[in-house]
Design a binder for this molecule. Structure first.
Ligand code: NAG
Ligand code: NAG
Ligand code: NAG
Ligand code: NAG
Length: 581
């Protein structure tokens, strides 16, 4: 991370503001108050100049205006005009005037527990946003505000030290929040309020917008009262697929709303910004290759050289190692984005599988006693619809192949600080029981083991799972458009006798069929006797059918019809037909 660059950008903007002041001072004989005000204005380019006095007047007269989307604090994102932040109070300020707007108008529910989540992690009590209310006239008693001229997106990074968290919790949600609201687009000023320094991976955040993001600490150097004429607060959670186990053991989110298509739009943008001209093709020399991710500090693969050789032999491919410690992130992405297979110990580095080409294989290795089914952020990612990755988990089941570190500090998996019986129990245990985040000592002990990979069992696991074979070209992008409703449905009933009747039902193809190439079109028809819960389902290939089985005379039936494309793309039911025999 380049802290100097951030401060340079800030210095330049402050310098520009000071210069501008002198120009303006010569033009207008400004009052002392104006002079002070001008010198406090952040200004980067002339087209972004906002008239300071007008901005101040607008704030005094109109106060803060807030309109939010979302029904609850966990799905809310708010647009603000005239939102201020007091550096001294470390609070956001909502200025009330007779023109201010606060929608939703929650009353005290705004504190139960908060207006919204500032990060994409759901309902985490360190990530809440709220503001303090003041009459707009209080501005006269506060230090002169500095206006941030760009549209701001104010949010929290969840854990900017860890790549998995960076991509899953921050970069993807920020990317799509910026695309949700006009004005944020690609030019927003990101403002990170979680309180961490820029961090090791700040350069990744910088790729999202040409404006350098601000972190909370830097706001102090700008002034004591900051006002945002235009700001969005919060983060869309629509792209996240994993929950980290704060209230229940970790696992895929209950309602995943993102597909591989959106993930890949993001990774394409991101790779371009990293100057990694990605094409889903072959390696540098046009050949296929395997990437073995190597962790160099802990959770080691002890027989890495042997594993490399075995993979190369088994799959007849070049095999290369990378590590986050020894490679620039852009180089890792460059390598991964053309690899046929990525092999890695469980860990944050596996988030780079975001960049794998379609059809590639992800092989995740788990240390002894760590059940792969309990830790599935990368499996879930690989399995997202249209992500088109093949996923294989392998676990070390041989205790003699693991190396433990009971003497290390607790946060690196040490257990000597625990009482004897607990240490003994952990050492005897053959599987870490499901647990909550984040300090479970047994989990930390096991996940920080080093592993000698049993190569025959690993190769067998890969062979077993990669049935389609290795090779990227083999995976075609399959259309997955859903049928629309069938049209013109009608039914005709006829009574054949005292106990027999028939229902003839016909319909026309869905309107969108003529625009879509579909291998197989079928129809599902449900026939339900009115007032009954049960129904008879039929799968049909024609657009009409006469039903005689179980059809009674002088009875009313409800007929539901929908179209199915390619076996599993189920369309909506057409309006129900009511047919009386
Ligand atoms: C707000 O108050 C000001 C001054 O009292 C008045 O001129 C203005 O019309 C009021 N605006 C609204 C929206 O009521
Ligand atoms: C990518 O290349 C452009 C143009 O050469 C350069 O301005 C930019 O800084 C590069 N970005 C990164 C992340 O290296
Ligand atoms: C991937 O391979 C293709 C075809 O050889 C090449 O054009 C492309 O530059 C490679 N991409 C990367 C990121 O190396
Ligand atoms: C039923 O469908 C078939 C094939 O689509 C068609 O040939 C036939 O005329 C239809 N019959 C009726 C009664 O609509």
């Amino acid at each position: 991370m380049n802290i100097a660059a951030v401060f340079n950008a800030l210095l330049v903007s402050i310098l520009a503001a000071v210069l501008w002041k002198h120009v303006r001072l010569r033009e207008h004989a400004s009052t002392l108050e104006e002079e002070l005000a001008l010198s406090r204005q952040a200004r980067e380019a002339p087209r972004e100049t906002i008239d300071y006095q007008a901005a101040l007047r607008s704030l005094l007269e109109e106060g803060t205006r807030m309109v939010c989307t979302g029904r609850t604090h966990t799905d809310r994102v708010c647009r603000f005009q005239g939102l201020c932040y007091s550096v001294e109070a470390e609070e956001f300020l909502f200025l009330h005037s007779n023109a201010s707007v606060m929608l939703p108008s929650l009353g005290p529910r705004r504190f139960q527990p908060a207006l919204l989540d500032l990060s994409s992690v759901e309902d985490h009590n360190t990530q809440y946003f709220n503001f303090v209310e003041l009459p707009a006239s209080a501005l006269r008693a506060l230090p002169p505000p500095l206006f941030v001229p760009e549209v701001a997106l104010i949010t929290n990074r969840f854990n900017p030290d860890n790549l998995m968290h960076i991509f899953h919790d921050d970069l993807l949600p920020i990317f799509y929040t910026m695309r949700q609201f006009p004005g944020l687009d690609r030019e927003a000023r990101l403002v990170f309020m979680e309180g961490w320094g820029p961090g090791l991976h700040f350069d990744l955040y910088r790729l999202l917008s040409p404006k350098v993001p601000l972190v909370r600490e830097q706001l102090k150097s700008l002034g004591s009262l900051l006002c945002f004429p235009q700001a969005y607060v919060g983060l869309s959670k629509v792209t996240t697929w994993y929950q980290y186990g704060f209230v229940q053991p970790q696992g895929p989110k209950a309602n995943i709303l993102v597909s591989g298509n959106e993930i890949r739009q993001f990774t394409r943008f991101f790779a371009e910004r990293l100057n990694v001209s990605g094409s889903e093709g072959r390696g540098p020399a046009g050949e296929e290759y395997i990437v073995l991710f190597s962790r160099t500090l802990n959770r080691l693969i002890l027989n890495e050289a042997e594993l490399l050789l075995a993979l190369a032999q088994e799959f007849q491919m070049k095999t290369v190692t990378v590590s986050l410690e020894d490679y620039a992130f852009a180089d890792v992405v460059r390598l991964v984005s053309n690899a046929s297979m990525l092999v890695s110990m469980h860990g944050a580095q596996l988030i780079t599988s975001l960049f794998l080409p379609r059809g590639a294989v992800v092989v995740e290795l788990f240390p002894y006693a760590v059940n792969p089914d309990h830790y599935t952020p990368y499996k879930t990612l690989a399995g997202l619809p249209h992500m088109d990755l093949q996923y294989v988990a392998w676990q070390n089941t041989k205790q003699e192949n693991t190396v433990t570190y009971p003497d290390r500090p607790w946060d690196q998996g040490g257990i000597v600080h625990l009482d004897r019986t607990e240490q003994e129990r952990i050492l005897q245990s053959r599987e870490v029981p499901r647990h909550l985040c984040c300090r479970n000592p047994e989990w930390l002990f096991r996940i920080y083991q080093d592993t000698k990979v049993d190569i025959p069992s690993l190769l067998q696991a890969i062979r077993g799972a990669v049935k389609a074979g290795l090779g990227l070209g083999k995976h075609k992008w399959a259309s997955s458009l859903y049928p629309s409703k069938v049209r013109g449905a009608r039914c005709q009933a006829s009574v054949q006798g005292a106990t027999e009747a028939r229902l003839s039902v016909s319909w026309q193809t869905p309107w969108n069929l003529k625009f879509v190439k579909v291998k197989e079109v079928k129809y599902e028809v449900w026939i339900q006797e009115q007032g009954e819960n049960a129904y008879m389902p039929y799968i049909l290939t024609h657009q009409n059918h006469t039903f005689a089985e179980n059809i009674k005379p002088f009875t009313t039936y409800l007929v539901w019809i929908r179209c199915i494309f390619s076996k599993n793309l189920l369309g909506p039911f057409a309006d129900v037909l009511v047919c009386s025999t």
